[in-house]
Design a protein around this ligand. Structure first.
Ligand SMILES: Cc1cc2nc3c(=O)[nH]c(=O)nc-3n(C[C@H](O)[C@H](O)[C@H](O)COP(=O)(O)OP(=O)(O)OC[C@H]3O[C@@H](n4cnc5c(N)ncnc54)[C@H](O)[C@@H]3O)c2cc1C
Length: 378
């Protein structure tokens, strides 16, 4: 895989940033279930919040591969912080793609600079995988919509300034950008998640929240098919690379632990069955990264296969991360079950990565459809 000098520089800068500013706090973020404001500020000043937006809007203008490589490095350090990068960039991408000129002028400078955080609000208590079953209702009254309903599991919902919200208006899906300070909007923290525990998730309750029709993204009816799916495709790309970060972290932790821990008169690494784990981990990471890389290249080329190849990368990388992190905990024995080693956190975070932006089963279903198109013959 050949990277340009610029891509190498961006990857190395992200690696250094993650090692200096995020990794030392990762266990605390997980334990306290809070991302410190200083970490969010560092993500902002170092350009990771608007990383994928064009420089015209204050963003980093990263090409897909640079963005992916940076996500991998941040994901290796801390999946909670990586998920901030994921949701902000995926929702901002939808604003960029579907916003009109006035909406761009109003929202993109703040989003590109990371001065305003935007979260993605699609899921509801009774609606997850079947996104077309959303029940949040938008009633049109002249030039405003009145929203009623509940959104659940909204990553960084506790601190977001804006929400990209999906609702139903006369049965047609719409997407609107809602200010977090809107009257009638209550934001309740969701705690004690299994993984990405520092992602400050929230439940949002809309009680007669009014939103200007001018804050609608895209035409009525396109809310799910176009707006949500564009954001989710971007989110999958990010979660795929974040999962390769978990794989990288597991491999690194296991190589080090196996060299230092001695049992039966020799280092773990000198037991053949332990070496098998290291081999499997290396292959899983290399394969996941290759799929992510391929997806990045297709995205850069605006190739129509990019959507399904991104789904493949996300499905493979997240599934591999769960398997490898399980083995990594085993390889660490009892130590793997404590916060003194990152592998337990990797396992919990990988489990979430395999659920968000489409569960394994949902990706299996759509990838089976893709297989029937015989992409492997092209
Ligand atoms: C930590 C975390 C953060 C999240 N952040 C956000 C966020 O920021 N914004 C947001 O909108 N949502 C968010 N979500 C919600 C997430 O997108 C959903 O959890 C996910 O889409 C799955 O939906 P569900 O949990 O309702 O599971 P369900 O859809 O109820 O699925 C339950 C099980 O049934 C399976 N299943 C469902 N349908 C089918 C089918 N047709 N065929 C076969 N199997 C099926 C699923 O694969 C799964 O195994 C987050 C979730 C978590 C855990």
């Amino acid at each position: 895989m050949r990277l340009t000098d610029r891509q190498i520089e961006r990857r190395d800068r992200a690696r250094q940033f993650a090692a200096d500013r995020i990794a030392p706090l990762a266990e605390r973020i997980d334990h306290d279930q809070v991302t410190p404001p200083a970490v969010i500020a560092a993500m902002r000043t170092d350009g990771y919040l608007g990383a994928a937006l064009p420089p015209r809007w204050g963003g980093g203008g990263m090409d897909p591969l640079s963005y992916g490589l940076a996500t991998e490095e941040i994901g290796r350090a801390c999946s909670s912080v990586r998920s901030l990068m994921t949701v902000h960039n995926m929702a901002a991408q939808a604003v960029l793609t579907f916003g009109d000129e006035d909406q761009h002028e109003r929202w993109l400078p703040g989003l590109g600079a990371g001065e305003r955080l935007i979260a993605f609000a699609l899921s509801e208590p009774a609606c997850g995988s079947a996104t077309d079953e959303i029940a949040t209702e938008a009633v049109r009254r002249r030039d405003v919509y009145v929203l009623n309903g509940t959104k659940k599991w909204i990553t960084y919902g506790q601190v977001a300034d804006l929400f990209l919200v999906f609702a139903r208006c006369d049965d047609a899906p719409i997407a609107v950008v809602v200010d977090a300070r809107s009257d009638g909007l209550s934001i309740d923290p969701i705690g004690d998640l299994l993984g990405v525990r520092g992602s400050m998730a929230a439940e949002l309750r809309f009680d007669d929240v009014t939103v200007a029709v001018a804050d609608q993204l895209g035409p009525t009816g396109s809310g799910l098919t176009f707006v949500a799916n564009t954001a989710l495709d971007h989110g999958r790309f990010s979660v795929a690379w974040g999962s390769t970060g978990i794989l990288q972290g597991c491999l690194d932790a296991c190589v080090s632990y196996a060299q230092h821990r001695r049992q039966g008169g020799r280092a773990l690494v000198d037991h053949q069955l332990i070496r098998r784990h290291l081999a499997d981990m290396l292959v899983a990471h290399t394969a996941a990264r290759a799929l992510c890389h391929r997806s990045a290249v297709l995205r850069e080329q605006h190739d129509p296969r990019a959507v399904m190849e991104t789904s493949m990368a996300k499905y493979f990388a997240a599934t591999a991360a769960v398997r490898v992190a399980t083995d990594a905990v085993h390889l660490h024995g009892a130590n793997g079950c404590t916060p003194d080693h990152p592998v337990g956190r990797y396992l919990r975070d990988a489990t979430v990565a395999a659920i968000v932006e489409g569960t394994q089963e949902i990706h299996q279903l759509s990838l089976a459809g893709y297989a029937l198109q015989k992409p492997y013959l092209r």
